[in-house]
Design a protein around this ligand. Structure first.
Ligand code: F6R
Length: 615
């Protein structure tokens, strides 16, 4: 949430910062702003709404040239979206400009203290306190911006990434972080700060990880990192293995459509190098020993939203393949309910961004209880894998659209890989059984591609159903989380009432909402799970009898539902446990198309932002 950029170098800081904000806009789009260091002062422009509004403002009122600057794209927390609450926040003397992601929890006390000293506040934000605090330190005896920021950080409570410029210093931008993301980019005669690498990938693929409670100073010549006590901090550099084009729309109307299309490759890449020719799992990056994995007596999976649905699928697979009890919980609930976890619990944290605050707090809590934490994550260098004992990276490439698609499919793959690996280490499945499941996993990219090739049918369905305001999604077993995911996609993109239910639960209440014409999507398990299959077919009959319009997702060759389905969406054949990778795809396409038909911004749905860094 909130995108932040900082730059010092030889280029036009405005161009670099605006380019960075364009790539980070998915993190928040309530307002945007830039601040440049010009002639001993800060020159700033900011505008409520999307970046296009700031573009217009800058065209009408250009800022002077500068090679040092910062910028921000906001997801509002304190104070409604408005010009005055937009970042950067500039000090009364126009010397200091601050952009911030997070929440300063003690801002009310700090604000009262500063107002008593005569500082004038021009916004409702918590961030503005930081501006005046830094200004006060610079006016007092702080030798430079770095020291001023370090001192101020020690007064702040809460979560924050700050990036700050001093009008009196053309060769320095300072960042600081506690519990919110920030990464530095190392260039040649120029350096960068940003919420994530996509902001500067156009200029450098060399990135520097920043730890908790660190202050980072970028200048033309270098990147210096200290902790909040002023001690030099060790830095880890890494190479970003995707290029700028990965974060471009590449001819698609929406990033989401591009990301849906990228799924066959993303699934294949996530499997790449994870098994040998015999199908034996090889997890080089697993930092937990086989002995540690054998000692586990419970798995707890945590995540939020779509990631939690991937976790629900994983539960079925892990329990079936390993016979280890597995629980799934929303990270935001897990953290605050005093969960029973200990040294023999493996906590699996699933997060595309690696920065989700609820998940991060949950893993910290789990580690405090002595549990080992394994992250399933898509973002190299992000906080969640860094604070975990082990990590399986999904190799989806950058996911820019707010609604997760390839992130979800690759999380499923990583969960299967983990489940099979556990069964291999613990000997709960024979090598040939693991090998045959791996062979089925390897078929999934083609299966996803086949669904993409048939996408027009699903798009046509979205047009046909565009007048409806309520949709239901039903599934059982691993189809249930897919139903939840289908409903979530529709809610977040099309702003429609959509509910996912376990099909077996219908008769315990939800069936009352069925009325003639109501569209109900039903995910039918493969016939291999014979009993389950029959039960879902009965559920379809029950809702059909009450007038529902049934949209049935069923595997190729299964004609048993044809008499009860108003619309059939065919899925390539796959084993039951792997079917979610396929069944989710038409639901993604449907939601994106319906949102588009309704005239919504598919990539940036209202009220949302990607990478939810506040609890
Ligand atoms: C829905 C969606 C969200 C995320 C959730 C967790 O389409 O994208 O529900 O899945 O906010 O995000 P990560 O995976 O980054 O922790």
């Amino acid at each position: 949430m909130c995108g932040i950029v900082g730059y010092v170098g030889e280029r036009s800081a405005l161009d670099v910062v605006m380019g960075g904000l364009r790539r980070l806009e998915y993190r928040g789009y309530d307002s945007t702003g830039v601040a440049l260091v010009v002639d001993g002062q800060i020159s700033a422009a900011k505008k409520v709404g999307k970046l296009a509004n700031l573009d217009k403002e800058l065209a009408e009122h250009p800022l002077p040239g500068s090679t040092t600057g910062i910028g921000h794209t906001r997801w509002a927390t304190h104070g409604p979206p408005s010009d005055r609450n937009a970042h950067p926040h500039v000090s009364n003397d126009h010397r200091v400009a601050v952009v911030h992601n997070g929440i300063i929890e003690n801002f009310a006390d700090l604000r009262a203290e500063l107002e008593a000293e005569g500082y004038e506040f021009t916004s409702d934000t918590d961030t503005e306190t930081v501006t005046h605090l830094v200004d006060r330190e610079l006016r007092a005896d702080a030798p430079d911006l770095t020291e001023a920021v370090r001192r101020v950080c020690n007064r702040l409570e809460g979560a924050f990434t700050l990036v700050i410029a001093d009008g009196a210093d053309t060769d320095r931008v300072v960042g600081a972080r506690r519990n919110s993301p920030l990464v530095a980019g190392r260039g040649d005669g120029e350096n960068f700060l940003a919420s994530d690498v996509s902001a500067f990938i156009e200029y450098t693929r060399s990135a520097v990880e920043l730890g908790q409670d660190q202050v980072v100073t970028i200048s033309r010549d270098g990147i210096d990192v200290i902790d909040f006590d002023g001690n030099p901090a060790p830095v880890t550099e890494y190479h970003v293995d995707w290029d700028a084009s990965a974060a471009e729309k590449g001819g698609y109307d929406w990033f989401m459509l591009k990301e849906i299309e990228e799924q066959p490759r993303a699934v294949a890449d996530t499997l790449l190098g994870r098994h040998d020719a015999e199908g034996r799992l090889v997890l080089d990056e697993m930092r937990l020993s086989d002995d540690e994995l054998r000692a586990i007596d419970k798995v707890v999976i945590i995540g939020c939203g779509t990631a939690s649905y991937a976790g629900m699928v994983a539960k079925y697979a892990i329990e079936h393949w390993t016979r280890i009890p597995c629980e799934v919980e929303l990270a935001s609930e897990f953290r605050y309910r005093d969960p029973i976890v200990g040294r023999s619990t493996l906590v699996v944290a699933i997060s595309q961004s690696g920065e989700t605050a609820d998940t991060l707090q949950a893993i910290r809590h789990a580690r405090q209880q002595g549990s080992k934490v394994l992250a399933i994550c898509n973002t190299n260098g992000s906080t969640i894998p860094r604070e975990s004992d082990a990590v399986i990276y999904t190799h989806a490439g950058p996911e820019i659209a707010v609604a997760s698609t390839k992130g979800f499919l690759t999380q499923l793959i990583a969960c299967y890989v983990l489940g099979l690996y556990l069964s291999q280490v613990r000997g709960t499945k024979f090598g040939d059984e693991i090998g045959s499941t791996v062979a089925e996993l390897e078929k999934l990219p083609d299966g996803v591609q086949a669904l993409l090739d048939r996408a027009d049918e699903v798009r046509a369905l979205a047009h046909e159903l565009a007048d409806h305001r309520t949709f239901l999604f039903l599934g059982r077993h691993v189809g249930y989380p897919v139903a939840l995911e289908g409903a979530l996609k529709l809610k977040e993109l099309a702003y429609l009432h959509a509910e996912g239910f376990a099909a077996g639960e219908l008769k315990h209440g939800p069936i009352a909402v069925i009325e003639p014409g109501l569209p109900v999507f039903v995910i039918v398990p493969p016939k291999g799970r014979d009993q389950l299959h029959e039960k879902v077919v009965s559920n379809i009959q029950e809702i059909r009898a009450r007038g529902a319009r049934t949209v049935v997702l069923v595997e190729d060759g299964d004609t048993s539902v044809d008499p009860y389905a108003d619309i059939v969406i065919r899925l390539p054949q796959a084993p039951t446990l792997l079917q979610p990778v396929l069944a989710a795809v038409p639901l993604q396409i449907f939601a994106a198309e319906l949102a588009s038909v309704l005239g919504h911004d598919v990539d940036q749905p209202r009220n949302l932002a990607k990478s939810v860094t506040v609890e």
